[in-house]
Design a protein around this ligand. Structure first.
Ligand code: DSN
Length: 430
């Protein structure tokens, strides 16, 4: 993205050409600039975050936001869809090509509505679903009690193995036999290993359940060939588009052709109104980017970076759930370090290393003050970090977790990290 000069204001404006908002709404302009600075100066290790390209940003900020388009291409409820229909058809085709999907709906506003739309398509209130328990790495919409998925449906959950921290497929089979779910859910927000989708398929078939895979976290790895695809095994696959897939904030649902009508009807008019056409266009751009060799290299580097970080932390005595990682994330139990996840996450943020505190399997602590932290490598890999940088990140993480109250160390590290980051300009930010 090029720099523009605001002329009368005489200042250089980086990133998006924001001279109009700068004049009209200084308060919001300043906050956007502060957030831009934060995204440049800190090492962002939140496993669900990333940096989109300037092309994705430009499509997101385009005039497509001005149009209403309830319905689907060729079947809309408002006139004037000559362009929008083309945009949506391209986004769908690119997603089909990228993932090998039979049918794609690109309209869900985000991951939670996508998952709820799947339930609306196939379930009645009170029907049973079976998903990974929230404290073990499942998502809120996989049946957590506080979510609509746990309130409107009979939500059963499976846990990870107490010994290994891994999925226990035989235990899932036993649960599924006992509760006979209509939908069996695979997928997670905090599981550092590859899922055996074939085994989930086998369990779903045995109990007559639909198999839904929520691949929001690892969709970019699937697109880039760095993680097995659930598409050959699942009846329905949902994913957000803004995590490892590096697209705009939104979601898609992919399914077998036989379920296409049910899914489309559930998204609109079942759950949502008009799609966010600017987001649809940005998704199309992101899917195009994800089909390139450059993205394949990115996806394998994300995994290599997580692996190097795991190796570095293990050498420093960190307790990684499952002992390591196969994907883009690490889940770390800090109990042996004598610090809680929250205290560590807050100290790390002050030092310029942004992670989230996270429950670990069988966590004796409460969800708002748990024992662990979750660390991801999708965003730092987008700004060009490779193994050497991940080793350094591991050393910094270790130093802060060892002395979370050492404000002098933290202040110096924040300055070092900001300066280090200058050599790795993030995509989309000049
Ligand atoms: N908030 C996302 C995450 O951090 O994994 C899940 O929706």
């Amino acid at each position: 993205m090029t720099s523009v000069t605001t002329g009368d204001l005489g200042e250089d404006v980086r990133g998006f050409a924001m001279d109009d908002i700068r004049r009209s709404d200084r308060e919001i302009y300043d906050l956007i600039r502060q957030e831009e600075q934060r995204q440049c100066d800190k090492i962002r290790l939140i496993a669900s975050e990333n940096y989109v390209s300037s092309s994705v940003l430009q499509a997101t900020g385009s005039i497509l936001t001005n149009k209403y388009s309830e319905g689907y291409a060729g079947r809309r409820y408002y006139e004037g869809q000559q362009v929008i229909d083309q945009v949506e058809r391209i986004a769908i085709q690119r997603a089909k090509d990228l993932f090998g999907a039979e049918h794609v709906n690109v309209q869900p506003y985000s991951g939670s509505p996508a998952n709820i739309a799947v339930y609306l398509a196939f379930l009645q209130p009170g029907d049973t679903i079976l998903g990974m328990a929230l404290p073990h790495g499942g998502h809120l919409t996989h049946g957590a009690r506080v979510s609509i998925s746990g309130k409107y449906f009979k939500a059963e959950s499976y846990a990870l193995s107490r010994e290994t921290g891994l999925l226990d497929y035989e235990e899932i089979r036993v649960k599924a036999r006992a509760c006979k779910p209509k939908i069996l859910i695979a997928g997670h927000s905090a599981y550092p290993r590859i899922i055996d989708f074939e085994r989930f398929r086998d369990i779903a078939d045995e109990v007559g359940a639909l198999l839904m895979v929520d691949m929001a976290h690892f969709a970019g790895l699937v697109a880039g060939g760095a993680h097995p695809s659930p598409l050959p095994w699942a009846d329905v696959v949902t994913t957000t588009t803004h995590k490892s897939l590096r697209g705009p904030r939104g979601a898609v649902i992919m399914c077998r052709q036989q379920f296409a009508a049910a899914i489309d009807k559930a998204v609109f008019p079942g759950l949502q109104g008009g799609p966010h056409n600017n987001t649809t266009a940005a998704m199309a751009v992101a899917f195009g980017e994800a089909a390139t060799q450059e993205f394949k290299d990115y996806a394998s580097q994300v995994v290599a970076n997580a692996s190097m970080l795991a190796e570095t932390l293990l050498k420093r005595g960190f307790d990684l759930i499952t002992g390591g990682t196969d994907n883009h994330l690490l889940l770390v139990d800090l109990t042996n370090k004598g610090v809680t996840g929250k205290i560590a996450a807050k100290a790390l943020d002050r030092a310029g290393l942004v992670v989230n505190y996270n429950a670990v399997p069988f966590d004796p602590r409460k969800p708002d003050d748990p024992s662990g932290i979750r660390i991801g490598t999708a965003a730092v890999t987008s700004r060009g970090f490779a193994e050497t940088e991940m080793f350094q990140v591991g050393e910094w993480l270790n130093a802060v977790v060892s002395e979370p109250d050492n404000e002098m160390l933290i202040r110096e590290m924040a300055a070092d990290i900001a300066s280090f980051c200058r050599d790795f300009p993030p995509p989309g930010i000049n």
